[in-house]
Design a protein around this ligand. Structure first.
Ligand code: GLY
Length: 593
């Protein structure tokens, strides 16, 4: 097992080239291309790869692969390690989606272990709660009423029972060890704790009401220094219970009791039957063809797959932009606006709302994108997507602290692309004691109050109105790309609605432009989510790009929010290249034996 810091013995002739390039750099001031020494967020391997947004979680997953576990075993171990390593983003108090390619059977699967609304969660109740809260902290963002029934542990249990090969306890114990060592305070966690403290400055009641969270991560209101470790003996206890009780550990028993107590104490309405009756769902993945590839991604209750598919189909119809990067970016944003318009108007949990998925996947917005490009002008929001579909319910209508994505490939060629989340940074701020389980605030991904946008500024339709047992619409987009029936790329991301645009940009950079994974991950990512009607960038755009967008009639936001993508590329010679977005400090780890 090795990461990229142990890479590449540069051959003799290579050394001369490096020397020449070094002289060039000094003499002419050009930046030399890296020769065989990738940045630390790129890794190479031949027998397996794990790319997650935590170096420690990737290493734990890679060790499982090295010891003969398959991609599903490694997914269980990586996910539980992320519970410890990324408490601001994900964990056993949350849920997620998994898309996988089973190499032997040449078959794709999509698993849904997204949180669901408790049986007492009605739209009327949430409208009343919002009214009582007035200008205070939103009840769908903070506190027990924000918490959806967690599905992650049940999901991992399902993954292990159906597709895994190793003993469950062996997959849980590395996370227990990590919890005892403590979570490393890196830049992303440091920033997430600072953000939580800023929220508490806005609403001082938060610090008192969620003392369990602040006491653990910012004792005396002070953010631990970078490089410190916060021991999580509490979470280690919870993980030991999971090691013994398996995927049913959160249905009943001490962890379920702790969750219900915490939710009850903080204004929630979850009952023991909600936890006991939670089901993991196997769904049909969304599959579309794109430029000779097949894209396999997540269906509702994720909007990610459908939104991405609409965008890709439109771009394919528009054609090639080689040599005109500004025009290509404008086209990407035009196509994205159609995808997000349809997302907002029509999508929801298809087990509850009659979301017209097949209809939307057949839409071809290419002509409308081409038109806008010909006229050099973006259009009013009403001109995007489909405004009326017979018999369907729709029509009304954040940077990510939460959410974590990882990709895994094993030596047999099985591929896992999994995104998991507690939604906002540190979820609902509610902590189930004495286990330190941070509970999600996934119910904010529903339309909880008609007409109001959620914390990501997303507009939602009646199709995504909260209802008992329903799962909130998500943007999570775990994706696998096949060419000639073989996986060539796995990817997905975190970042609220930026999950979709970030995943799309990286996919397009690799598939359309032939960019290296390193370059594909580095490039700037314009984002437009239809409403509000502005273009966002994750970093300051180059002047030529900003000018092109302004001239096209776009309003440009000064807000700089990031999506974070993890990806693995499978090269034609079988080499695996893992990439962890430099925007969050993750590290891929390759397996070499
Ligand atoms: N909670 C973020 C998402 O599911 O889109």
């Amino acid at each position: 097992m090795r990461d990229s810091s142990h890479l590449a013995r540069v051959p003799r002739f290579g050394r001369s080239v490096v020397l020449i390039l070094f002289v060039l750099v000094v003499a002419v001031g050009v930046r030399a291309p890296a020769l065989g020494d990738d940045p630390p967020w790129i890794a190479r391997g031949h027998y397996g790869m794990v790319a997650s947004d935590s170096a420690e979680a990737s290493a734990i997953g890679a060790r499982v692969l090295e010891e003969g576990g398959n991609a599903f075993d490694a997914a269980v171990a990586t996910s539980l390690a992320l519970t410890v390593a990324r408490p601001q983003s994900t964990g056993i108090g949350g849920g997620g989606f998994l898309v996988a390619w089973l190499a032997d059977e040449k078959r794709a699967i999509a698993l849904d272990f997204r949180e669901s609304a408790p049986m007492a969660a009605t739209a009327e109740r949430y409208a009343r709660l919002a009214e009582f809260a007035g200008d205070g902290p939103s009840p769908s963002v903070y506190g027990g009423a924000a918490v959806g029934v967690p599905g992650l542990v049940a999901g991992l249990g399902h993954v292990h029972d159906r597709y895994g090969s190793r003993e469950w306890v062996d997959l849980v114990s590395p996370a227990v060890d990590l919890a005892m060592r403590g979570v490393l305070v890196d830049e992303h966690l440091h920033e997430a704790i600072e953000d939580a403290l800023k929220e508490a400055d806005k609403w001082p009641s938060l610090r008192k009401d969620y003392a369990g969270l602040f006491g653990r991560f910012a004792p005396d209101g002070v953010v631990p220094s970078l490089g410190a470790r916060i021991r999580r003996d509490d979470l280690a206890r919870a993980l030991r219970i999971i090691a013994i009780r398996g995927g049913g550990a959160m249905r009943e028993g001490p962890l379920a009791d702790a969750i219900l107590r915490a939710i009850d104490k903080s204004g929630g309405i979850m009952m023991s039957a909600d936890l006991r009756d939670y089901v993991v769902k196997e769904r049909e993945p969304v599959r579309i063809s794109y430029h000779g590839c097949e894209i396999i991604t997540m269906p509702p209750p994720s909007s990610g797959g459908v939104c991405a598919a609409i965008t890709l189909r439109a771009l394919e119809a528009v054609g090639d932009f080689k040599g005109d990067p500004q025009r290509e970016m404008l086209a990407r944003v035009e196509a994205m606006k159609h995808g997000f318009a349809d997302r907002s108007r029509w999508l929801g949990d298809t087990d509850f709302a009659k979301a017209p998925v097949a209809f939307l996947l057949n839409q071809d917005y290419g002509a409308r994108v081409s038109d806008a490009l010909k006229q050099s002008r973006t259009m009013k929001p009403e001109a995007y997507g489909t405004t009326e579909i017979k018999g369907s319910v729709g029509g009304a209508a954040k940077d990510d602290g939460g959410t974590s994505h990882f990709c895994i490939i094993d030596r047999a060629g099985n591929v896992v692309s999994m995104t998991e989340t507690i939604n906002g940074g540190f979820g609902s701020f509610v902590v189930a004691e004495p286990y330190g389980i941070i509970l999600n605030n996934e119910l904010d991904d529903f339309l909880t109050v008609r007409g109001a946008p959620n914390m990501f500024g997303l507009r939602q339709s009646e199709a995504n109105l909260i209802a008992p047992g329903k799962r909130p619409l998500s943007s999570m987009t775990p994706t696998i790309v096949l060419r000639d029936g073989r996986p060539i790329l796995a990817l997905g991301g975190s970042g609220g609605p930026r999950i979709i645009s970030s995943t799309l940009h990286v996919l397009l950079n690799v598939i359309n432009d032939g960019a290296s994974l390193e370059d594909a991950l580095r490039r700037i990512r314009p984002h437009h989510q239809w409403a509000p009607d502005v273009v966002y960038f994750d970093e300051h755009p180059p002047t030529a790009m900003a000018d092109a967008f302004s001239a096209f009639g776009h309003e440009l936001s000064d807000e700089r929010r990031k999506g974070v993508v993890q990806a693995i590329q499978i090269m034609p010679n079988g080499e695996l290249i893992g990439g962890s977005d430099p925007r969050k400090g993750g590290r891929p780890v390759g397996v070499e034996r």
